[in-house]
Design a protein around this ligand. Structure first.
Ligand SMILES: *[C@@H]1O[C@H](CO)[C@@H](O)[C@H](O)[C@H]1NC(C)=O
Length: 277
């Protein structure tokens, strides 16, 4: 059985690899042919030798001076889908059973890449959580905060962590980064991780699992001089993960034999109790 960590990383890669900047290309008005071409190229990238998949490492790599290749996708916020108010978001159905109506509403044909992306997003949001996992999809800032608060429980203040690019970067580039300071572990009793899914308006997929995860803040400097204050998560117990998981291919290891860590892209939100309890 795949663990929820597995599910999360697969989702992460759906977002990173297949759908990266997907709606923004559609809003830039490129034609269907170009869009299909891009989609094909993106799908072609789903192999373990692809740069975008080299983002896994182990907890032993989190050391001052360590150099490793990392790919941080950079998205242009001006082309991100709009964040709706709760009122507006709640006025539009958010269910795969309403997909046809939704496609009409947003003027996408049934067999368009956007239709496939919307269907995929709705289905991800409808999957039942795994054992020990809480999950939700948020379609507005209010619902994001309310649902996150519900996971932490009553009267638990919480705050958000994100990966920050400290230097202006406009292009995504796989490059070697060096860890510039001693990585700082951030203690958190519970972690809620949220990442955007492709949809005509902003949708965050969030989940939290009760398993052995560690969070770190890591200062990195790229070969191009770009500085990144990154948030990393290490999954310490991978024994329940599927042995086909791409992380094991990249790290040349097996379930349960090694921790699996990854950095969060800048558009992910990592919520933790504040102060940590
Ligand atoms: C990173 O550095 C290693 C060794 O110095 C080199 O072999 C590798 O090609 C570099 N990777 C990238 C993406 O620049």
């Amino acid at each position: 059985m795949a663990s929820s960590g597995f599910g999360f990383i697969i989702l992460l890669f759906h977002t990173l690899v297949v759908f990266q900047c997907f709606w923004c290309t559609s809003t830039r008005g490129i034609n269907d042919h170009q869009r299909m071409q891009k989609m094909k190229e993106d799908l072609h990238h789903m192999n373990p030798n692809d740069p975008e998949l080299q983002v896994f490492f182990t907890i032993n790599d989190l050391k001052l001076g360590k150099k490793m290749p990392i790919y941080f996708p950079i998205k242009d916020p001006s082309t991100s889908p709009p964040l709706f108010s709760k009122e507006k978001a709640d006025s539009i159905p958010f269910s795969s059973s309403q997909l046809h109506k939704l496609l009409d509403f947003f003027s996408f044909s049934d067999d368009s890449p956007q239709a496939k992306a919307m269907e995929s997003t709705l289905r991800h949001c409808e999957f039942k959580p795994m054992k020990g996992e809480s999950k939700f999809c948020a379609t507005s800032l209010e619902s994001l905060l309310d649902s996150t608060a519900a996971i932490f429980g009553p009267n638990v203040p919480f705050k958000v962590l994100t990966t920050n690019h400290l230097t202006k970067t406009t292009t995504s580039l796989l490059q070697n980064y060096t860890i510039e300071g001693i990585p700082v572990e951030i203690s958190a009793r519970r972690i809620v991780g949220c990442h955007p899914l492709p949809y005509p308006y902003a949708v965050f997929y969030c989940h939290s699992q009760e398993s052995d995860n560690k969070l770190f803040k890591v200062s990195l400097v790229g070969e191009n001089g770009g500085k990144v204050e990154a948030v990393a998560m290490c999954h310490m117990d991978t024994s329940q993960w599927n042995s086909d998981h791409v992380a094991f291919l990249v790290l040349k290891t097996q379930p349960g034999k090694s921790s699996v860590c990854h950095f969060f892209p800048a558009d992910n939100l990592i919520w933790i109790p504040s102060p940590p309890m």
